[in-house]
Design a protein around this ligand. Sequence first.
Ligand SMILES: C[S@@+](CC[C@H](N)C(=O)[O-])C[C@H]1O[C@@H](n2cnc3c(N)ncnc32)[C@H](O)[C@@H]1O
Length: 374
Amino acid sequence: MSIQAHLDRIQTIFQGSFYTPDSIVCLVYQMLLDSLPQSKDYVLLDSSCGYGSFLEIPQRFQSTQFTQIIGADIDKQALQQAQKNFKDCAIAPLFLHTNSLQNVSREKFNILESSKLVIIGNPPYNDKTSIVQHHLKNSDFFEIDSTLKARDIGISFLRSFDTLKADYICVLHPLSYVIKESNFKSLKNFAQNYRLTDSLIISSQIFCPKSLGFFPILIALYKRDNQGMDYDFICDFSFKTCEGKEFRLKSFDFITKYIDKYPNKNRVDSGHKVAMFYTLRDINALRRSKTFITKDCTNAVYVTREKYSLYCYVDVFKQIIKHIPYYFGNCDVMIDYEAFRALESDFIQASESKILSENIMQYFKDLLGEHYAD
Ligand SMILES: C[S@@+](CC[C@H](N)C(=O)[O-])C[C@H]1O[C@@H](n2cnc3c(N)ncnc32)[C@H](O)[C@@H]1O
């Protein structure tokens, strides 16, 4: 059911129509049903259902019944296919052709205010400032309720789930939505009213195997909770990966504490610079970007003498980046500051010579521990 076959590449990216393989749908159900109370009176909604992969409850979970199953999508052709897929089912889901981010209310989706609601699925994600925009006019973007507007449509979807007051939400979304503080802030009411209770990180490779780079996707289970969660909760959360690893952001120290990631020309006088470095977003950006640069540009970060060794550290980090697993792709560069200071001159030498000594390699093995990828 999962292979999307009716859109071209640009439309696929624009609508975020990367459909979910059945094996991942199963993982989502496993996580949801491990936590969902035994009661059988939940309504199940996928407000971006595509061909309906999440509305066909996997065989081994079929003892779980929902009082009503609802699928919605903005894509008419997808819904036609979904309807075909369920035509022989005893109780077919209710399918609604709608923009799920406009006039959001329970009534729109035929859900009673009194019903208990579970939202499931893989909402689209695309960053409107990204590559896709180069191919699309402004008028190609559909309306979104003003309270839900965000830079990334996936964040708008999460906020719409709060408007619908879902009791449980079990969806896929980029890990960066919660681990990047600026994204986390844009979750607004969603973060105030939900708590992450379970998680599993998978690689985006499963959706786009031909892509040149992969990013971490979180299968996340959220429970409505008026305590909500703050960024500190996320930093202390233990994220599990599908490779059986586990990590907390709090167990690492990050380079951002010590150097400027973004252009700093308004603070650092050009007379004090000994080098220039390219803007540093996260580990995945570092995989593709330059490090030290010789020509000044808008993305140049001025490097002072006191900070030079730390930028050399980042340059060396890029050289060993193949040992960093995909699930750290949206993190900042990690550092063990004390151990770095003990090896400071080795790092300068390694950056300048591009030769990595045993000491340097051991440093990274120690820094990453079980996460060091061979
Ligand atoms: C990642 S796909 C997921 C499809 C399906 N749930 C699955 O996992 O196989 C995202 C879906 O969101 C739909 N979509 C995008 N924007 C939407 C909107 N504003 N309202 C409703 N659906 C939307 C797309 O048409 C696409 O089918």
